[in-house]
Unconditional design. Structure first.
Length: 134
């Protein structure tokens, strides 16, 4: 049995969900494509704490998913991973601090796509533009 640290809906219809598990041998980021009936680990050995998706930012941005947390032994060599294909594949971002929370803001028009995150290392908030590209 595993207990998730975070469970969140990531698409506007509620079909795709993410959960993070931060302890035991099943640590990682999990995704469900059927409202939580079944789960698949998409990134192993992570200590991720937050997940956000760029839905409502535009058609292509619906597929962008962010997951962040702490560096973890055996896991990715980054504190934030990004997927541009709805969580099928993941790559490390260049953000180098721990991630406590992630939010995506697309409500001010198609050219304002900010990613907000908080870091516990310095108790600060960061904002990246263009869905984290800058």
């Amino acid at each position: 049995m595993w207990w998730p640290r975070y469970v969140g809906r990531s698409d506007p219809f509620g079909l795709q969900m993410y959960a993070t598990v931060a302890s035991g041998t099943l640590r990682g980021l999990y995704r469900s494509l059927n409202t939580g009936t079944t789960w698949t680990r998409v990134i192993a050995n992570t200590d991720y704490r937050a997940v956000a998706q760029g839905h409502q930012c535009g058609t292509a941005e619906n597929a962008v998913v962010f997951a962040g947390g702490l560096l973890s032994p055996g896991g990715p060599s980054c504190t934030m991973s990004i997927s541009t294909d709805n969580g099928d594949t993941w790559s490390c971002s260049s953000f180098s601090y721990s991630v406590n929370d992630l939010q995506v803001n697309c409500y001010n028009g198609p050219d304002f796509k900010s990613v907000y995150l908080t870091s516990g290392e310095f108790n600060v908030a960061y904002r990246g533009e263009n869905l984290g590209a800058s």
